[in-house]
Design a protein around this ligand. Structure first.
Ligand SMILES: [Zn+2]
Length: 88
Protein backbone atom coordinates (compact mmCIF):
# COMPACT_ATOMS: atom_id res chain seq x y z
CA UNK A 1 0.00 0.00 0.00
CA UNK A 2 1.78 3.15 -1.20
CA UNK A 3 1.30 6.68 0.07
CA UNK A 4 2.54 10.02 -1.20
CA UNK A 5 4.85 12.04 1.00
CA UNK A 6 3.39 15.55 1.41
CA UNK A 7 6.92 17.01 1.41
CA UNK A 8 8.73 15.64 -1.66
CA UNK A 9 5.61 14.16 -3.33
CA UNK A 10 7.32 10.80 -3.85
CA UNK A 11 5.37 7.64 -3.24
CA UNK A 12 6.64 5.24 -0.60
CA UNK A 13 5.49 2.27 1.35
CA UNK A 14 3.33 3.07 4.33
CA UNK A 15 5.95 1.57 6.65
CA UNK A 16 8.57 4.06 5.42
CA UNK A 17 6.43 7.13 6.16
CA UNK A 18 5.22 8.83 9.30
CA UNK A 19 1.56 9.69 9.73
CA UNK A 20 0.56 13.19 10.80
CA UNK A 21 -2.86 14.12 12.14
CA UNK A 22 -4.34 17.34 13.43
CA UNK A 23 -6.12 17.97 16.68
CA UNK A 24 -7.82 21.36 16.66
CA UNK A 25 -5.40 22.63 14.00
CA UNK A 26 -2.35 21.48 15.95
CA UNK A 27 -0.34 18.94 14.02
CA UNK A 28 1.02 15.87 15.74
CA UNK A 29 2.59 12.59 14.77
CA UNK A 30 0.54 9.44 14.97
CA UNK A 31 3.24 6.93 15.86
CA UNK A 32 0.95 3.93 15.72
CA UNK A 33 -0.85 5.13 12.57
CA UNK A 34 -4.18 4.31 14.17
CA UNK A 35 -5.69 7.66 15.06
CA UNK A 36 -9.06 8.35 13.46
CA UNK A 37 -9.63 11.01 10.84
CA UNK A 38 -7.55 12.24 7.97
CA UNK A 39 -3.83 11.67 7.98
CA UNK A 40 -0.96 13.14 6.01
CA UNK A 41 2.09 11.03 5.23
CA UNK A 42 5.67 12.20 5.31
CA UNK A 43 9.16 10.77 5.14
CA UNK A 44 11.09 10.92 8.42
CA UNK A 45 13.29 13.63 7.00
CA UNK A 46 13.64 17.25 8.03
CA UNK A 47 13.87 18.19 4.33
CA UNK A 48 10.44 16.73 3.62
CA UNK A 49 9.05 18.30 6.77
CA UNK A 50 10.36 21.75 5.82
CA UNK A 51 8.97 21.46 2.29
CA UNK A 52 5.59 20.37 3.55
CA UNK A 53 5.35 23.24 6.01
CA UNK A 54 6.49 25.80 3.39
CA UNK A 55 3.87 24.60 0.95
CA UNK A 56 1.12 24.27 3.55
CA UNK A 57 0.86 20.68 2.35
CA UNK A 58 -0.44 19.50 5.71
CA UNK A 59 -3.27 21.99 5.60
CA UNK A 60 -4.29 20.75 2.17
CA UNK A 61 -3.86 17.05 2.91
CA UNK A 62 -5.86 17.34 6.11
CA UNK A 63 -8.42 19.78 4.65
CA UNK A 64 -7.71 22.43 7.24
CA UNK A 65 -8.66 25.96 6.33
CA UNK A 66 -7.41 27.74 9.42
CA UNK A 67 -3.87 28.55 10.38
CA UNK A 68 -2.25 25.36 11.56
CA UNK A 69 0.32 24.90 14.25
CA UNK A 70 3.16 22.71 13.04
CA UNK A 71 5.49 23.49 15.94
CA UNK A 72 4.91 20.04 17.42
CA UNK A 73 6.26 18.36 14.31
CA UNK A 74 9.94 19.07 14.87
CA UNK A 75 11.72 15.80 15.25
CA UNK A 76 15.22 14.46 15.45
CA UNK A 77 16.52 11.64 13.29
CA UNK A 78 16.55 9.39 16.36
CA UNK A 79 12.90 10.09 17.11
CA UNK A 80 11.96 9.42 13.51
CA UNK A 81 13.80 6.13 13.52
CA UNK A 82 12.13 5.14 16.77
CA UNK A 83 8.71 5.92 15.33
CA UNK A 84 9.41 3.85 12.25
CA UNK A 85 10.88 0.99 14.24
CA UNK A 86 7.65 0.68 16.22
CA UNK A 87 5.86 -0.13 13.04
CA UNK A 88 7.92 -3.14 12.08
ZN1 LIG B 1 9.37 12.90 1.30
Amino acid sequence: MNRTCVGCRQRSQRADLLRVVSKSNVLAFDPNKTMPGRGAWIHPSSDCLTLAIQRNAFGRALRLSKQIDSSGLVFTKEQAETMLAKNE
